[in-house]
Design a protein around this ligand. Structure first.
Ligand code: SAM
Length: 220
Protein backbone atom coordinates (compact mmCIF):
# COMPACT_ATOMS: atom_id res chain seq x y z
CA UNK A 1 0.00 0.00 0.00
CA UNK A 2 1.25 3.52 -0.83
CA UNK A 3 1.42 6.60 1.38
CA UNK A 4 -0.49 9.83 1.05
CA UNK A 5 1.66 12.89 1.82
CA UNK A 6 0.00 16.20 2.70
CA UNK A 7 2.60 18.71 1.60
CA UNK A 8 2.57 22.42 2.52
CA UNK A 9 3.92 24.84 -0.07
CA UNK A 10 4.74 28.58 0.18
CA UNK A 11 2.05 31.25 0.65
CA UNK A 12 3.92 33.74 -1.51
CA UNK A 13 7.65 33.53 -0.96
CA UNK A 14 9.00 30.53 -2.86
CA UNK A 15 11.91 30.27 -0.43
CA UNK A 16 9.47 29.05 2.21
CA UNK A 17 9.47 25.48 0.85
CA UNK A 18 10.94 22.90 3.23
CA UNK A 19 13.69 20.42 2.38
CA UNK A 20 11.31 17.59 3.24
CA UNK A 21 8.68 19.02 0.89
CA UNK A 22 11.20 19.10 -1.96
CA UNK A 23 12.34 15.53 -1.23
CA UNK A 24 8.75 14.31 -1.04
CA UNK A 25 7.59 16.06 -4.21
CA UNK A 26 10.63 14.69 -6.04
CA UNK A 27 10.04 11.10 -5.02
CA UNK A 28 6.28 10.46 -5.20
CA UNK A 29 4.54 8.76 -8.12
CA UNK A 30 1.99 11.56 -8.55
CA UNK A 31 1.12 14.99 -7.19
CA UNK A 32 -2.49 16.06 -6.69
CA UNK A 33 -2.93 19.80 -7.16
CA UNK A 34 -5.65 22.39 -7.59
CA UNK A 35 -4.13 23.89 -10.71
CA UNK A 36 -1.56 21.94 -12.75
CA UNK A 37 -0.14 25.13 -14.30
CA UNK A 38 0.35 26.81 -10.92
CA UNK A 39 2.00 23.74 -9.35
CA UNK A 40 3.99 23.24 -12.57
CA UNK A 41 5.60 26.65 -11.99
CA UNK A 42 6.57 25.68 -8.42
CA UNK A 43 8.02 22.34 -9.59
CA UNK A 44 9.93 24.10 -12.36
CA UNK A 45 11.36 26.50 -9.75
CA UNK A 46 12.40 23.48 -7.66
CA UNK A 47 13.81 21.77 -10.78
CA UNK A 48 11.56 18.77 -10.22
CA UNK A 49 10.83 17.08 -13.53
CA UNK A 50 8.73 14.29 -14.96
CA UNK A 51 6.10 14.03 -12.28
CA UNK A 52 2.50 13.03 -12.95
CA UNK A 53 0.26 15.98 -11.99
CA UNK A 54 -3.39 15.22 -11.31
CA UNK A 55 -5.95 17.99 -10.97
CA UNK A 56 -7.66 17.75 -7.59
CA UNK A 57 -9.76 20.76 -6.66
CA UNK A 58 -13.07 21.60 -4.97
CA UNK A 59 -14.98 20.53 -8.09
CA UNK A 60 -13.18 17.23 -8.68
CA UNK A 61 -12.35 16.06 -5.14
CA UNK A 62 -15.53 14.03 -4.71
CA UNK A 63 -15.31 12.32 -8.07
CA UNK A 64 -11.52 11.75 -8.00
CA UNK A 65 -11.22 10.37 -4.45
CA UNK A 66 -12.06 6.70 -5.30
CA UNK A 67 -9.53 6.75 -8.16
CA UNK A 68 -6.80 8.15 -5.90
CA UNK A 69 -7.60 5.62 -3.17
CA UNK A 70 -7.24 2.87 -5.81
CA UNK A 71 -3.82 4.23 -6.80
CA UNK A 72 -2.75 4.23 -3.12
CA UNK A 73 -4.11 0.66 -2.74
CA UNK A 74 -1.98 -0.28 -5.76
CA UNK A 75 1.13 0.89 -3.93
CA UNK A 76 1.58 4.35 -5.44
CA UNK A 77 2.92 7.12 -3.21
CA UNK A 78 0.96 10.32 -3.72
CA UNK A 79 1.44 13.92 -2.56
CA UNK A 80 -1.37 16.43 -2.16
CA UNK A 81 -0.56 20.12 -2.49
CA UNK A 82 -2.78 23.19 -2.84
CA UNK A 83 -2.14 26.45 -4.68
CA UNK A 84 -0.62 27.87 -1.51
CA UNK A 85 0.02 26.92 2.09
CA UNK A 86 -1.28 23.85 3.80
CA UNK A 87 -3.75 21.59 1.96
CA UNK A 88 -7.15 21.13 3.69
CA UNK A 89 -6.89 24.56 5.36
CA UNK A 90 -9.66 26.31 3.39
CA UNK A 91 -8.53 24.06 0.57
CA UNK A 92 -9.46 20.60 -0.80
CA UNK A 93 -8.32 17.30 0.67
CA UNK A 94 -10.56 16.52 3.63
CA UNK A 95 -12.63 13.87 1.80
CA UNK A 96 -9.49 12.15 0.56
CA UNK A 97 -7.73 12.14 3.93
CA UNK A 98 -10.86 10.86 5.69
CA UNK A 99 -11.27 8.08 3.14
CA UNK A 100 -7.57 7.16 3.25
CA UNK A 101 -7.68 6.87 7.05
CA UNK A 102 -10.84 4.74 6.81
CA UNK A 103 -8.99 2.35 4.47
CA UNK A 104 -5.92 2.09 6.71
CA UNK A 105 -3.73 4.02 4.26
CA UNK A 106 -0.81 5.86 5.86
CA UNK A 107 -1.24 9.65 5.77
CA UNK A 108 1.87 11.74 6.48
CA UNK A 109 2.08 15.49 7.03
CA UNK A 110 4.93 17.44 5.50
CA UNK A 111 4.21 20.66 7.39
CA UNK A 112 5.02 24.20 6.36
CA UNK A 113 3.41 27.60 5.86
CA UNK A 114 -0.22 28.44 6.50
CA UNK A 115 -1.47 32.01 6.34
CA UNK A 116 -3.64 31.76 9.49
CA UNK A 117 -0.76 30.74 11.74
CA UNK A 118 1.73 33.10 10.08
CA UNK A 119 -0.71 35.99 10.71
CA UNK A 120 -1.45 34.89 14.28
CA UNK A 121 2.22 34.66 15.16
CA UNK A 122 2.90 38.30 14.26
CA UNK A 123 -0.49 39.77 15.23
CA UNK A 124 0.41 40.65 18.81
CA UNK A 125 -2.91 39.09 19.84
CA UNK A 126 -3.09 36.30 22.43
CA UNK A 127 -2.02 32.97 20.99
CA UNK A 128 -2.92 30.68 23.90
CA UNK A 129 -6.44 30.20 22.53
CA UNK A 130 -7.42 30.88 18.93
CA UNK A 131 -10.23 29.95 16.59
CA UNK A 132 -9.79 29.62 12.84
CA UNK A 133 -13.04 30.55 11.07
CA UNK A 134 -11.93 30.26 7.40
CA UNK A 135 -13.95 32.63 5.14
CA UNK A 136 -16.98 34.42 6.62
CA UNK A 137 -20.26 33.19 5.10
CA UNK A 138 -21.25 34.56 1.68
CA UNK A 139 -24.73 35.60 2.76
CA UNK A 140 -24.86 38.81 4.77
CA UNK A 141 -27.50 37.54 7.20
CA UNK A 142 -25.35 34.46 7.95
CA UNK A 143 -22.29 36.67 8.38
CA UNK A 144 -24.05 38.91 10.85
CA UNK A 145 -25.34 35.92 12.77
CA UNK A 146 -21.81 34.52 12.97
CA UNK A 147 -20.31 37.84 14.11
CA UNK A 148 -22.98 38.04 16.84
CA UNK A 149 -21.97 34.62 18.13
CA UNK A 150 -18.18 35.17 18.31
CA UNK A 151 -16.72 34.09 21.65
CA UNK A 152 -14.72 36.30 24.02
CA UNK A 153 -11.14 35.70 25.18
CA UNK A 154 -10.21 33.80 22.03
CA UNK A 155 -8.28 35.21 19.09
CA UNK A 156 -10.48 34.83 16.02
CA UNK A 157 -8.90 34.37 12.59
CA UNK A 158 -10.75 34.92 9.29
CA UNK A 159 -9.59 34.58 5.71
CA UNK A 160 -11.01 37.23 3.44
CA UNK A 161 -11.08 37.65 -0.33
CA UNK A 162 -10.21 41.23 -1.41
CA UNK A 163 -13.58 41.86 -3.06
CA UNK A 164 -15.36 40.86 0.17
CA UNK A 165 -13.17 42.82 2.61
CA UNK A 166 -15.16 46.09 2.70
CA UNK A 167 -18.55 44.44 3.19
CA UNK A 168 -17.12 42.04 5.77
CA UNK A 169 -15.55 44.86 7.81
CA UNK A 170 -18.72 46.95 7.58
CA UNK A 171 -20.81 44.05 8.90
CA UNK A 172 -18.24 43.42 11.63
CA UNK A 173 -18.39 47.08 12.70
CA UNK A 174 -22.19 47.03 12.67
CA UNK A 175 -22.28 44.04 15.02
CA UNK A 176 -19.18 44.50 17.20
CA UNK A 177 -18.70 48.29 17.12
CA UNK A 178 -15.55 50.05 16.00
CA UNK A 179 -13.23 47.56 17.70
CA UNK A 180 -9.51 47.13 16.97
CA UNK A 181 -8.75 44.50 14.37
CA UNK A 182 -5.50 43.23 12.96
CA UNK A 183 -5.10 42.82 9.22
CA UNK A 184 -2.24 40.80 7.74
CA UNK A 185 -1.93 41.43 4.02
CA UNK A 186 0.29 39.71 1.46
CA UNK A 187 2.26 37.76 4.06
CA UNK A 188 5.77 36.71 2.97
CA UNK A 189 5.43 38.76 -0.24
CA UNK A 190 7.05 42.03 -1.35
CA UNK A 191 4.09 44.15 -0.20
CA UNK A 192 3.63 42.36 3.13
CA UNK A 193 1.80 44.56 5.62
CA UNK A 194 0.48 44.23 9.15
CA UNK A 195 -1.90 46.80 10.59
CA UNK A 196 -3.73 47.10 13.86
CA UNK A 197 -6.45 49.74 14.02
CA UNK A 198 -10.15 50.38 14.64
CA UNK A 199 -12.32 48.89 11.89
CA UNK A 200 -13.18 52.38 10.59
CA UNK A 201 -9.47 53.09 9.92
CA UNK A 202 -9.07 49.76 8.14
CA UNK A 203 -12.07 50.62 5.96
CA UNK A 204 -10.38 53.87 4.94
CA UNK A 205 -6.97 52.28 4.46
CA UNK A 206 -8.33 49.45 2.32
CA UNK A 207 -10.87 51.38 0.31
CA UNK A 208 -9.79 49.47 -2.79
CA UNK A 209 -8.42 46.23 -1.32
CA UNK A 210 -5.88 44.28 -3.35
CA UNK A 211 -3.99 41.14 -2.41
CA UNK A 212 -4.61 38.44 0.16
CA UNK A 213 -5.93 39.18 3.62
CA UNK A 214 -6.16 37.59 7.04
CA UNK A 215 -8.35 39.44 9.56
CA UNK A 216 -7.85 38.82 13.28
CA UNK A 217 -9.69 40.06 16.35
CA UNK A 218 -9.96 39.41 20.04
CA UNK A 219 -13.06 40.31 22.04
CA UNK A 220 -12.31 41.08 25.71
N1 SAM B 1 -4.30 26.68 2.35
C1 SAM B 1 -3.97 28.08 2.53
C2 SAM B 1 -3.24 28.25 3.87
O1 SAM B 1 -2.69 27.27 4.38
O2 SAM B 1 -3.21 29.36 4.38
C3 SAM B 1 -5.21 28.94 2.43
C4 SAM B 1 -5.92 28.83 1.12
S1 SAM B 1 -7.32 29.87 1.00
C5 SAM B 1 -8.01 29.28 -0.51
C6 SAM B 1 -6.63 31.39 0.49
C7 SAM B 1 -6.78 32.49 1.56
O3 SAM B 1 -5.71 32.38 2.49
C8 SAM B 1 -6.67 33.89 0.99
O4 SAM B 1 -7.92 34.37 0.51
C9 SAM B 1 -6.20 34.69 2.20
O5 SAM B 1 -7.28 34.99 3.06
C10 SAM B 1 -5.28 33.67 2.89
N2 SAM B 1 -3.89 33.83 2.40
C11 SAM B 1 -3.20 32.98 1.62
N3 SAM B 1 -1.96 33.46 1.39
C12 SAM B 1 -1.88 34.64 2.05
C13 SAM B 1 -0.86 35.62 2.21
N4 SAM B 1 0.32 35.48 1.61
N5 SAM B 1 -1.13 36.70 2.98
C14 SAM B 1 -2.32 36.86 3.58
N6 SAM B 1 -3.32 35.97 3.46
C15 SAM B 1 -3.11 34.88 2.72
Amino acid sequence: MGTLYIVSTPIGNLEDITIRAIKTLSSVDAILCEDTRHTGILLHHLTIKKILLIRFDDHTEHQKTPEIIQMLDDGKNIALVSDAGTPLISDPGFLLVREAIKRGIKVVSIPGPTAAIAALSVSGLPTNRFMFMSYPPEKQSHRIKLFRSLPKDVTIIFYCAPHKLTQTLEDMKEVLGDIDITIARELTKVHEELSRSPISHALTKYREPKGEFVVLLHLD
